[in-house]
Write a new protein. Structure first.
Length: 217
């Protein structure tokens, strides 16, 4: 049976678009019933509308606390009965109440090889550190920031002449492959979590730059 996704965004929405394209082309057997943003002018809201998807902007300034906001949006999202809540450039830390509401069903993409360079501006952090390798990770969201069990990672080189923009773009190309791929695995019930460890059933492990290997993207 087709699975249902709710996607949370804060901005540009290029990962959202990659996921919507993969659904449209039939690679992912799922639908997105709602795209929710905490930013009114998030470009991703326009992208969602182009694909005929319901959107909501919920203004955080109407809420006294982050917890209050998160409890409110959790109630809205529950009405959609999602199989997975997909964070795609959602730039707010989620409170424990939200994570409890969708335990084991929230996934995120982060532009580093977690646990390296957690939090904001991960690409800038990699450059400033002098790292020669970075990448991106799709992981489950737990109460520890950017540190839940990892489903798939892609390795990306840092070049001497890189700017934050050039490095971000190189990483983004892989984000657009690994996020749809991870969601495909999730909706096909191939992702098995055991403590911190994640195994994707029947996936091929051991060949970089993406581990486990891409099958469809
Ligand atoms: C992406 O690079 C994503 O990995 C990052 O924000 C960007 C959103 O781009 N997310 C984080 O840094 C989360 N901590 P998009 O709106 O074009 O998908």
């Amino acid at each position: 049976m087709s699975k249902n996704l709710v996607v949370l965004i804060s901005g540009r929405g290029s990962n959202l678009k990659a996921i919507l394209e993969a659904i449209k082309s039939g690679k992912i057997n799922a639908k997105v019933s709602l795209v929710l943003s905490n930013k009114k002018d998030a470009k991703g809201l326009e992208i969602a509308k182009e694909y005929g998807i319901k959107t909501k902007f919920i203004d955080p300034s109407f809420f006294e606390t982050r917890r209050g906001y998160d409890i409110y949006i959790a109630e809205l999202i529950k009405k959609e009965n999602p199989d997975f809540v997909v964070l795609a450039g959602y730039m707010r830390i989620l409170s424990d109440e939200f994570i409890d509401a969708f335990e084991g069903k929230i996934v995120n993409i982060h532009p580093s090889l977690v646990p390296a360079f957690q939090g904001k501006s991960a690409q800038r952090q990699a450059l400033d550190y002098g790292s020669l390798i970075t990448g991106c990770s799709v992981h489950f969201v737990t109460k520890e920031l950017d540190n839940g069990p990892v489903i798939v990672q892609a390795v990306v080189p840092v070049l001497p002449e890189d700017t934050e923009e050039s490095l971000s773009n190189r990483i983004l190309e892989f984000e657009h492959k690994i996020y749809p791929q991870a969601i495909k695995w999730l909706v096909e019930d191939r992702v098995v979590v055991s403590g911190r460890k994640v195994i994707v059933k029947d996936a091929k492990y051991g060949t970089l730059p993406v581990n486990p290997s891409l099958e469809d993207f």
